[in-house]
Design a protein around this ligand. Sequence first.
Ligand SMILES: [Cu+2]
Length: 145
Amino acid sequence: MKHFLSIFLLILIAAAGCAKSSQPPYAEDPWVREPPPGMSMLAGYMILHNPSSTDMTLTGASSPDFAAVEFHNSVVEDGVSRMRQETSLVLAAGEALRFVPGGRHMMLIAPGRQLSEGDKVLIELSFADGSELHITAPVRSSGGH
Ligand SMILES: [Cu+2]
């Protein structure tokens, strides 16, 4: 009986170890910049963490409030700032991707309603393994709280 119990405990410990390594990704401080009236593109920001021990690949995003959501990176070429679309992004194990003003961002295209400070936007991120992460991002006029 004692022997059986110790095997059972070992299995429990192994299972706990697995659970720990498959923690889902999460978004820290997601927000969307309040647009000037009539603006057809908005930018969304967050810090996307991957606490698991496996790399994940972000393959797309969508929102019920927008016609399309893209990932863009702002780069300076010949002294001019341009936005380049990124169709997939690797989120390395134990690391984070920073979506920040002036850098990588979510481009929220063609809003279906006028959004202003205090509104909330639902954004659904999809990963290559078929999993999804749903984020609720408040609309703010600037990055401060
Ligand atoms: Cu952009």
